[in-house]
Design a protein around this ligand. Structure first.
Ligand code: ADP
Ligand code: GN1
Ligand code: MG
Length: 371
């Protein structure tokens, strides 16, 4: 736990700090919910320490976040939206007017207003949540399409370059913990036997068939806040990886997190399968906002992207397990291995349902074209 009272003093809060506690279930940053007294009214904010082991250049990251959130806010205000400041993250400036502040230990912090009466879900309770989350991420892609100006910084180079992720696994097999290596022969074979799948989308990007767009790149279900009452997707959060990418990275990660029958770290792999009703729901939600700008190659790979991003995430968990759990936060010793196994079980299930999923994509796209 950091000294949040001291962190509060780095920002232009215009309110009195009351107390703070760790918040959320993200795997990367240190997130705190902090209560303040604002002229007699209790309000709360999010203070976040950016994980600089993961994000090597936090200032470049915050320049991206600042540009994207200002663009989003401008759009909402132009449209006269009655709750513009609840529909996008906005940054509270530091005392020297930046969107970030460094503490005495070299940690980079940022502060956001707390988006009230909404929350992110680690697991879906009903399908309408999947529709709403996917619609919100599609809207976010539409919004960033006309950002203008220079290319955004790549906050993590090759973030979704799956062949690079597979190479990192190969290095971890050589250099990682030998005891752990001996536990994961089957998982290593599973990953290495799918190297052609790993190349499929990056090859299409390299040939120009799939365009580079500004994408979110971490469209995990809990990175969109849904309204407590209406369940509408109100605010896309966790913009750390918003940068040039492919829509397939975003759609694929929605499949990975919104379609499984269990949580991401389920230990009973027999329970894990892809839910086609959920796939139909995210497809419907996503196409309601994104069908207007997707090209044919993107459409043709929507179902496959679910398999790819799940495989890639499993490879990343396995790599981190072999390297001694240095990247993802863990809550138990074998957490990354459990996560890897659950991802690979989901990949198997997607593989066995891919023809039906592809048929659903083409059916829904044809329907959207007729509307
Ligand atoms: P991480 O990169 O570690 O996942 P996130 O930016 O996703 O960090 O934040 C972690 C959690 O904190 C989110 O899943 C969400 O529950 C909560 N959160 C983040 N920002 C806000 C906000 N502005 N308002 C309300 N909750 C937030
Ligand atoms: C991390 O930050 P969070 O928890 O939303 C990770 C994603 C992974 C995800 C797996 C910057 O997401 O890429 O898909 O964990 N974010 C980063 O749950 O690596
Ligand atoms: Mg997150």
């Amino acid at each position: 736990m950091h000294d949040l009272r001291a962190i509060a003093r780095l920002f232009d809060m215009r309110a009195d700090f009351v107390h703070a506690h760790p918040y959320g279930s993200g795997h990367i940053n240190d997130t705190y919910c902090a209560w303040y007294d604002h002229a007699g009214q209790r309000i709360r904010f999010i203070h976040q320490r950016i994980n600089h082991h993961v994000f090597k250049n936090p200032v470049a990251l915050m320049e991206n976040v600042d540009r994207v959130t200002r663009h989003a806010l401008g759009r909402l205000l132009d449209a006269g939206h009655p709750e513009a400041y609840r529909r996008t993250l906005t940054t509270i400036p530091s005392l020297d007017g930046q969107a970030w502040a460094f503490d005495g230990e070299g940690n980079c912090w940022r502060t956001y207003p707390f988006i009230e009466r909404a929350r992110g879900y680690d697991e879906i309770i009903h399908n309408e949540q999947a529709v709403q989350a996917a619609r919100a991420f599609g809207e976010f892609q539409k919004l960033t399409a006309d950002l203008g100006g220079s290319r955004l910084h790549e906050t993590i180079p090759h973030f979704h370059h799956t062949p690079t992720r597979l190479e990192a696994l190969e290095k971890a097999i050589e250099n990682g913990d030998p005891e752990r290596r001996a536990m994961v022969g089957a998982e290593i074979d599973f990953a290495l036997s799918r190297s052609a799948d790993c190349r499929r989308v990056t090859d299409l990007i390299a040939s120009g068939d799939i365009p580079e767009r500004v994408t979110h790149n971490d469209t995990k279900l809990n990175n969109v806040l849904l309204d407590d009452v209406t369940q509408e997707g109100v605010c896309v959060i966790d913009l750390d990886t918003t940068m040039p990418g492919s829509v397939l990275y975003d759609f694929g990660d929605m499949v990975r997190t919104a379609c499984p029958s269990t949580r991401e770290d389920e230990t009973d792999v027999a329970l894990i399968h892809v839910r086609l009703d959920r796939f139909e729901a995210i497809l419907r939600g996503y196409l309601s906002s994104a069908s207007g700008f997707l090209n044919q190659a993107e459409i043709d790979h929507l179902a496959f992207s679910g398999k790819l991003l799940t495989l890639e995430c499993g490879i990343r968990f396995l790599t981190d397990f072999l390297m001694g759990d240095t990247y993802f936060k863990i809550k138990r010793p074998l957490h990354n291995l459990d996560r890897c196994r659950s991802q690979f079980a989901l990949v198997r299930s997607i593989e066995s349902h891919l023809p039906e999923m592809e048929e659903m994509v083409h059916g829904k796209v044809a329907e959207a074209a007729l509307l």
